[in-house]
Design a protein around this ligand. Structure first.
Ligand SMILES: [Zn+2]
Length: 434
C-alpha cells in the first residue's frame, strides 16, 4: 500500500504553481517547498523548536532546522506560516469512515454497502480537513473501506492514508454480528466465524480482498444488541488461531475488548492493539506492559453517545451499557497511563461525527497525559504500531510530508487542534485557511 501512497500525483509546488497560473514549464523542475513557521512540535525529542524551517522535495521532507540555518533554494516555493505551529499530521487508529454517526441501531439496516462507501467519501474528506492525515479503519461491511482506500490512493477522492480491516471477525451472535432481526431473516454479518479453522479462513478472506490489518471482537460491546460488554467472545484457542494466522501473513491485529477476561486473553494470544480496553485490572495492565500491547481507548465518544445517541437511533440497552462503561474506561485510562502502558489515539469516529476526532485530545490530558504525550499518542506511536515509523509520525528528514499547522499556543491548549488551519498530505496543501 505504501508504494501506491508514495506516488506523487501533485507535488505541493506544482499545485501552487498551477493555482497561480504560472504555466506548465515549471513542472519539469524538482518541486521544492520551504515552510517557515513560529514553532514545530518535535515529537521524537519531546520538545518544541522555535522558528523552524522545513524543506520538502516533492512529497518527502528533506530538511528540518531553524530559519537561517540553511539557504533557501532559489526555485523553491515558500509557504510562510508565521503565527502557526507545525505538527506532524494526526493519526487516528480507530475510525469507521463508512459509518454515519446519525444512523445507529435499526436505521443501519437500510444502508447498503455501496451507500456506505459514498458516505465514506464525505467522511474521508472531513477527517483529512480536520488534520488527520492517517487513519486505521477497523471494521467496515462489504469491504467498502478497501474501495475507499483505493480511491484515495488513486487520487479520485480526497482523504487520509487509510489502513483498513474489511469486515470485523466475530462469533455468531457476538458484537461483530448483526443481531437486530429474528431468526427467520437469517441476518448474519460477513465476518462471523466459529472455530479456529473458520477464523483462519476469515483472516485469509479479508487479506484476499485487500485488508491491511485484522479486526476481531473479543468481548461484547456497547452498540450491539444482546451482547454483554463484560463477557468474552471467542475462546482463547480461536483468538490464538486468528492472531497467528494474521501474523503469519504479516498483518497486525486489533481486538475490540471491553471486559477484563477478553482483554487479557487477547493480549496473551498476542494481539497488537486492544480497542476500548474499558475494564482493566492490575493483571491486564501488567500483561499489556509485558507484551508491548497498545491500548486504543476512545474516551471522548461516551460524551456523544450519552448526549446525542438517542436522537441518532442508538438502542436504549446500549445507552444503559454506556452509562457504566464510559466512566470505568476513563478510570482505566488513567491507571494504564500511570503504569506506562503504550497508548495510542483511537476515537471511534463514525459512532460520533467524523472531523470531530481531535476532541479526544483534551480528554487525554484531562485524564492524565501531558499535551506532548497526547500528541505523541496521535502521531509517533500509531506510526510504530503500523510499522511505518520510518515514513510517518513526525516531521523529520526522510519522512512523508504529512504536516498540519495551527494558530496559537497549542501546547497550552490542545483544543486548538479542533480547528486546523493548514493541512498538507503527501506534500500537497489540501487545506489553507487564512
Ligand atoms: Zn469501533
Amino acid at each position: 500500500m505504501m508504494s501506491k501512497n508514495n506516488r506523487v500525483f501533485h507535488s505541493l509546488a506544482i499545485a501552487l504553481t498551477i493555482s497561480a497560473s504560472l504555466g506548465i514549464s515549471s513542472l519539469s523542475h524538482a518541486a521544492t517547498t520551504v515552510i517557515k513557521a513560529d514553532a514545530l512540535v518535535d515529537v521524537n525529542n519531546s520538545k518544541v523548536l522555535d522558528s523552524p524551517l522545513v524543506i520538502i522535495e516533492n512529497n518527502v521532507i528533506q530538511y528540518v532546522g531553524t530559519q537561517g540555518s540553511k539557504a533557501v533554494p532559489n526555485d523553491a516555493t515558500v509557504l510562510d506560516l508565521s503565527g502557526h505551529t507545525l505538527l506532524p499530521g494526526l493519526m487516528d487508529m480507530h475510525v469507521h469512515l463508512t459509518s454515519d454517526s446519525n444512523v445507529h441501531g435499526y436505521r443501519r439496516l437500510k444502508i447498503s454497502t455501496p451507500r456506505s462507501a459514498i458516505t465514506g467519501v464525505k467522511n474521508a474528506r472531513s477527517t483529512l480537513m480536520a488534520g488527520f492525515t492517517t487513519v486505521r479503519n477497523v471494521g467496515a461491511p462489504g469491504y467498502a473501506d478497501v474501495a475507499l482506500r483505493d480511491a484515495i490512493n488513486d487520487g479520485d477522492v480526497l482523504g487520509p492514508r487509510m489502513y483498513v480491516s474489511g469486515p470485523s471477525i466475530g462469533v455468531t451472535g457476538g458484537h461483530c454480528d448483526n443481531n437486530l432481526l429474528p431468526f427467520e431473516y437469517e441476518a448474519k454479518s460477513e465476518g462471523v466465524a466459529d472455530g479456529p479453522w473458520a477464523v483462519r479462513t476469515k483472516v485469509r478472506q479479508n487479506i484476499k480482498y485487500g485488508a491491511d490489518v485484522i479486526k476481531f471482537c473479543a468481548t461484547g460491546g456497547v452498540l450491539s444488541k444482546g451482547t454483554k460488554v463484560g463477557a468474552q467472545q471467542f475462546s482463547f484457542e480461536e483468538m490464538q488461531a486468528l492472531i497467528t494466522e494474521a501474523h503469519l501473513r504479516g498483518l497486525t491485529v486489533a481486538a475490540h475488548a471491553h471486559g477484563t477476561d477478553g482483554i487479557k486473553n487477547a493480549i496473551r494470544a498476542g494481539v497488537d492493539s486492544v480497542e476500548h480496553a474499558s475494564f482493566l485490572d492490575e493483571e491486564a495492565i501488567a500483561l499489556a506492559k509485558e507484551m508491548g500491547t497498545y491500548l486504543s481507548m476512545d474516551i471522548y465518544v461516551t460524551e456523544y453517545i450519552l448526549g446525542e445517541g438517542e436522537k441518532a437511533g442508538i438502542l436504549e440497552e446500549s445507552l444503559a451499557k454506556e452509562r457504566t462503561v464510559g466512566k470505568r474506561q476513563r478510570t482505566s485510562f488513567t491507571t494504564a497511563y500511570e503504569a506506562g502502558v503504550k497508548m495510542i489515539f483511537g476515537s471511534d469516529a463514525g459512532v460520533y461525527p467524523h472531523g470531530d476526532n481531535a476532541r479526544q485530545l483534551t480528554r487525554m490530558v484531562r485524564f492524565g497525559m501531558s499535551p506532548m504525550e497526547a500528541i505523541q499518542a496521535a502521531t509517533m506511536h500509531p506510526a510504530n504500531l503500523l510499522g511505518k515509523s520510518a515514513l510517518l509520525g513526525s516531521i523529520d528528514e526522510g519522512k512523508m510530508a504529512d504536516i498540519i499547522a495551527v494558530k496559537g499556543d497549542v501546547m497550552n491548549d490542545l483544543s486548538l487542534l479542533e480547528n486546523i488551519q493548514v493541512v498538507i498530505k503527501d506534500g500537497v496543501v489540501v487545506k489553507h485557511d487564512r
